[in-house]
Structures are given as structure tokens and as C-alpha cells.
Ligand binder design. Sequence first.
Ligand code: SF4
Ligand code: SF4
Length: 366
Amino acid sequence: MLTVVLALVVHLALGFGSRSFEAYCPFGGVESLWGLFTTGEFSCALGPLNLSFLVALLGLTLLCKKAFCGWVCPIGFLGDLAARASGWAWKHRPPVPPRLNRALKLLRYVVLAVSLFFTYRAGELVLRGYDPYFLIFSGFGHGSAGLLSVFVLAGILIGMAIIPMMFCRYLCPLGAVFDPFSRLGLLRISRDPAKCTGCGRCARACLHDIPVPTLRTVRHRDCTQCLECLNACPEKGALELRARGTLRLPPWALPVLASLALTAGYFLRIPLTRPTSVQTFAEGTGVTTAFVVDGLRCKGTAAFLTSRYEETPGILQIETFASERTAVFTYDPQRLNPSRIREIMEAPIPFEDGTTQQVFRCVSPR
Ligand code: SF4
Ligand code: SF4
């Protein structure tokens, strides 16, 4: 399932599909809440889909803890790969001392508070230059933090190779949002003391250092229900996935529930579509054509796209929707037509060093 999600994100990051890959990030829903309450606007490139996914995934977390992290999140997947790759070289990796582990986990609340404070204050995703999800899948797009972004990403990947799931444990702000919901999670790993021999294999397999052999049921907020402990356990029936310790569920229930939550998030479509920008050039009635534009991905690119039509005869209004990569043009059909709009959009931009570059590409209508 993770491979499918990763393939979809890469597909979107390469510019296919009608939305940017950021439109699907559930943390975008959290980042947008304040703006929606105060000004009725989404932050930068975010839109209603971010909110729909957030709601659906909070429901998933109430049902099966942080299954999103274990079965869906691309960064969780990369953390898993990094831990496995380094695990070959480092067979007996020592666990992080429990007190230090607990103290470091507080960092994710700091990251959450800092990212929300700056995002709410600026109305922009100011920390996206330090977000591994954005850095990996944008190919360091937006030039948000330049070389520093490369060091941040390298540091996170090295950190995840040394401490399994380091980013998820200590830095992920979405994990911090999920924490109280995860504690309530209905489905839990349940240990049968009568069958458990105390061999400790489950604890060694757990990438979050959860002391499974000391627990009756794993209520721990960090359990991603990855089922590594179940797979490592040699005693049949000693560990099982149960709803509140009673009803037993098969392992395949988790990817099924995660898939259902993603599907629900996609189709929930919270009806809160808001334009990223609205620029009126002249009053009057005209005809309207919507364009899906590759390169339209945030407030900055929306403003730049709009500015290209300042001198265009016949243009009445441009509305942009960055999360949908869509620009809606209203124009006087006697003086302007879709072909000319597209021509202006796709014209190469001259730079100071004498080079030119095509910034926007019309995906549809063709
Ligand atoms: S190994 Fe077991 S206890 Fe650890 S996160 Fe995965 S499912 Fe939860
Ligand atoms: S791996 Fe199985 S038998 Fe060993 S400690 Fe864990 S639950 Fe008990």
C-alpha cells in the first residue's frame, strides 16, 4: 500500500494530475484552520482537500491509532527503509535511553507550535523549506531555503538511519496532532501473557522502542500498527490485533481501513473552496474559461501569473486556486480568446542574465 501511495505522490510531484502534491497533505488542514476562522482563506497552496484528509485521518486514528504513519505516510515509509538499510550494518542497535527518548519527543510539540505560529502569522507555508515531504517531492522547488534545505533533508535521512523513525518520533508535527486521538485508538496490539515467553523479539522489532513484552495491550500513542512485533513473535497467538482487547481482527484489516479512510478523505470534499487570489482588471460581463496550469502552486506563483495579464486588452478578471492548479479567466470574447490567454501564459520569461525560461504550462484546456 505504501508503494502505491509513494507512486501517486511522485506522479503528482512530476506535475501530472490536476492538483499539486501539497493538496493531499493532511497537515495542510491543520495549517489552514486559523486562516479559515479569521479571514476565511486557506494558507498559500492549501485547499479543502487538505481539510477533508485531515478529518478522515483523525477518524482513522481514533480507530487504529497511528496506522496512517505505518501504512500511508511517505516519510514513514522512507524512515522504515532507512532503518532497515542501516539495520543490516548495525545488527544490535541500542535503544535510545527511555528518559532521553521521552524528553526528545516533546520536540514535536515545539515544531507544531512554531510551524502553526509562523504559518498563521504570515498566511504562507514559511517552513516548507524544512519539511522533508515538500523537499523530497518538490525536488527542492520554490527555492524556499536553498542549500539549507539540502542539509536539513540530509540530516533527517542520516538521523533516521541512526535512530529508527527519528523524524516521526521527535519532529513530526502531524504526529503531535494525532497523539491524543491515538491514545484513544480502538484497535490495539494485545499480548497474551499465557502464551508469551518473554523472549523480547517484539520489542527489538519495534521501530518506536515500545516495550511490548511489559504491556498487556499497546496503548502507546506512538504505535503505528506496523505489525512488526507480530511478525517477529515466534509464539502463535501471543500477540494479536484486537479491538479493546476483545474482538480479534486479521492484520489485513489495517491496510483496508487505511485505504477506506483515504478514499473517504478524497470524496468527503468539504465544501470550502476559496480562491488563492482574485484580480479584477475591468468591470463588465464576459465569458469564463478555466485553465489547469503547471507552475501555479502557491500565492507567489499566482500573483506572478496574474501580473502577466496586466496590459492584456480584454481581460476582466483572474481567479486562481493554487491547490487545484487552476486559473479562471473572465474576458471580453470580442478582444481576447483562450488561445491568446494560453500564449501569454506559456511565453518564456526573460531573466536578467539574458536567459529565458517557461514558468507556466497549460495542462488543460489544450
Ligand atoms: S512494532 Fe508493534 S508496538 Fe511497535 S509500532 Fe509496530 S505495531 Fe506498534
Ligand atoms: S516476541 Fe512474542 S513471545 Fe517474545 S516477548 Fe514478544 S510477545 Fe512475548
